[in-house]
Design a protein around this ligand. Structure first.
Ligand SMILES: Cc1cc2nc3c(=O)[nH]c(=O)nc-3n(C[C@H](O)[C@H](O)[C@H](O)COP(=O)(O)OP(=O)(O)OC[C@H]3O[C@@H](n4cnc5c(N)ncnc54)[C@H](O)[C@@H]3O)c2cc1C
Length: 209
């Protein structure tokens, strides 16, 4: 699959591309952070079953020690601050392909998206029902960019790994998926690079000296 050959190519180029993330654990929120921060309209559906509520992290580089729920609270605030439409406690019941994207169904309604990032932890049902290819180990088959066999659908985190279940890996998966989406939208490799001046622009007086 090429970086530029996705379902959003046929979408109206004057409209902001839309990304729906299913699952708001570390993988899903990481993907959402990158896409929202870089201008894509991003929605996250989550049912708060993240394993992080059972975890305490000592192995997340750059953080000495943090409770899993505390980590999630910070992550949620972070994506909210960048404008993610986070629909907590709204389970996605189905995802299906349309002519120019995807329909996401919940009990509350139907939503359209150009890209879908699946981040449902070890639950792979939606990927299976959508028709994503699986490996012999019965995990969703993805490459390093987290692209599934369906153009415009990404799978991240615990669902793409047999047992390598770590928060840092899930966060990396989400970031990789988002960067691939951004590259697809921009039509060239996208770098989400910020510099100190950006910190002042984004956070103003809150930036530490
Ligand atoms: C006891 C325990 C201790 C752990 N300790 C550590 C540790 O010390 N260090 C470490 O790095 N990792 C640890 N982990 C692993 C870490 O928690 C996982 O690697 C990480 O949570 C995986 O992230 P994820 O985003 O892939 O999935 P999850 O965190 O499981 O998130 C998936 C989310 O998707 C939601 N969801 C699922 N289906 C739907 C649907 N249909 N619609 C909407 N939402 C949906 C779920 O409710 C959940 O919130 C531990 C795990 C456990 C169980």
């Amino acid at each position: 699959m090429s970086d530029t050959d996705t379902s959003a190519d046929s979408a109206d180029s004057t409209r902001t591309p839309t990304v729906t993330v299913v699952g708001g654990g570390p993988a899903g929120l990481s993907a959402a952070l990158f896409t929202a921060k870089n201008g894509l309209e991003t929605t996250v559906f989550d049912t708060d079953g993240t394993w992080m509520h059972k975890a305490h992290l000592f192995n997340y580089l750059g953080i000495g020690s943090v409770g899993g729920s505390e980590f999630m609270a910070t992550a949620r605030q972070q994506v909210d601050d960048f404008g993610v439409d986070r629909r907590q406690d709204e389970p996605v019941t189905a995802v299906s392909e349309t002519e120019d994207g995807f329909t996401i169904e919940t009990d509350a309604g139907e939503y359209e998206a150009d890209y879908v990032v699946l981040a449902t932890g070890a639950n792979r049902d939606l990927a299976d029902e959508l028709g994503c290819a699986f490996t012999d180990e019965e995990i969703v088959d993805v490459g390093v960019n987290m692209e599934t066999s369906i153009d415009g659908v990404y799978a991240t985190g615990a669902m793409v790994r047999p047992e390598e279940w770590q928060a840092a890996i899930a966060v990396g998966d989400g970031a990789a998926a988002a960067l691939n989406i951004l590259s697809s939208v921009k039509g060239e490799y996208y770098h989400d690079f910020d510099v100190p001046a950006d910190a002042e622009r984004v956070f103003g007086d809150l930036v530490a000296e």
